[in-house]
Ligand binder design. Structure first.
Ligand code: AMP
Ligand code: ZN
Ligand code: FE
Ligand code: FE
Length: 279
């Protein structure tokens, strides 16, 4: 059966597999298509695309942007853009600056809570030249320093949303993110609606000009996905899906545990190839 996983993270953000390793893994488990959707980064494509072409694994471009709607965090997946699009690259830089301010703020709060940690220490606990430094890296460093036993515990007690050492820092709006993606001829997809617990937020998201919805997600059962599939159809939105694989950073999630079928993947691939043919 054809499976394409359209949501996973590499070492360019908070995944533990190098982009090439991720492509190799996708091929080895028999995926027919892949998109790497690092947080606020398209770095992975430098090495992933040539390697995927070499081993014959079809890929489409992807990214996961963090956005904000009145203090609520919303993740937006962008697909099918030309990986050389200037506006996407500039937006990634803007996000890296936002993250830098936010991460420094979180480290300051940790220091206040008697858990001093430097940015250098955070980077040192990762294995690569990452471009996006996220809370999972901070959590990993907290484990390394013996402040918490697990990454999960770091989020639960200290750096999860609303916890004492969390801060959002500067944010980018959902509307601005959708608009930016549209300017790059990309699809703007509402990521994992299953995780949006506030009904008001969800209702509002359905009034925005998204192109689609991530109906198949992580380990959520097929029966639950059907609700999201019907919601997408009602709004004439396309349907996407993926595992949100992060490697050892989220060990319970395997690559390919959620996926889209061949019809969906080929449609996306057509748009990706069209956008990529533009000089
Ligand atoms: P950031 O983008 O730096 O704010 O980090 C958010 C990322 O942290 C999410 O995309 C997840 O991968 C991860 N994350 C969020 N909440 C948790 C949690 N409770 N336990 C483990 N990982 C989490
Ligand atoms: Zn992540
Ligand atoms: Fe997400
Ligand atoms: Fe993700």
């Amino acid at each position: 059966m054809f499976r394409a996983d359209l949501h996973c993270h590499s070492t360019c953000s908070d995944g533990s597999d190098d982009p090439v390793v991720l492509v190799k893994l996708a091929k080895s488990i028999g995926l027919g298509g892949l998109s790497i959707t690092d947080h606020d980064s398209i770095e992975a494509y430098h090495t992933a695309l040539p390697y995927a072409a070499e081993i014959g694994l079809p890929m489409i471009s992807g990214i996961e942007f963090s956005a904000d709607w009145f203090g609520e965090s919303v993740h937006i997946l962008g697909y099918c853009f030309n990986v050389h699009h200037q506006e996407i690259a500039a937006f990634c830089v803007e996000h890296q600056q936002r993250r830098h301010i936010r991460n420094e703020g979180i480290l300051e709060k940790l220091k206040g809570a008697k858990m001093p940690l430097t940015l250098e220490e955070v980077v040192a606990t990762t294995t690569q030249e990452l471009t996006t430094i996220g809370r999972p890296h901070i959590a990993q460093a907290m484990v390394a320093k013996g402040y918490v036993p697990t990454i999960q515990e770091a989020f639960r007690r200290y750096i999860g949303e609303g916890k004492p050492c969390y801060m959002s820092g500067p944010v980018v709006s959902v509307e601005h993110t959708i608009d930016l993606l549209h300017r790059a001829d990309a699809l703007a997809i509402l990521a994992h609606p299953q995780l949006i617990k506030n009904k008001k937020v969800l209702e509002h998201m359905f009034t925005l000009p998204f192109d689609g919805l991530e109906a198949y997600y992580a380990r959520f059962p097929q029966s639950e996905s059907e609700l999201w599939v019907s919601m997408a159809k009602k709004h004439d939105w396309i349907i996407t899906g993926g595992s949100d694989y992060h490697g050892t950073i989220k060990p319970s999630i395997e690559l390919g545990c959620s996926f889209v079928d061949e019809t969906i993947f080929r449609d996306l691939q057509k748009l990706y190839l069209k956008n990529s043919a533009v000089a």
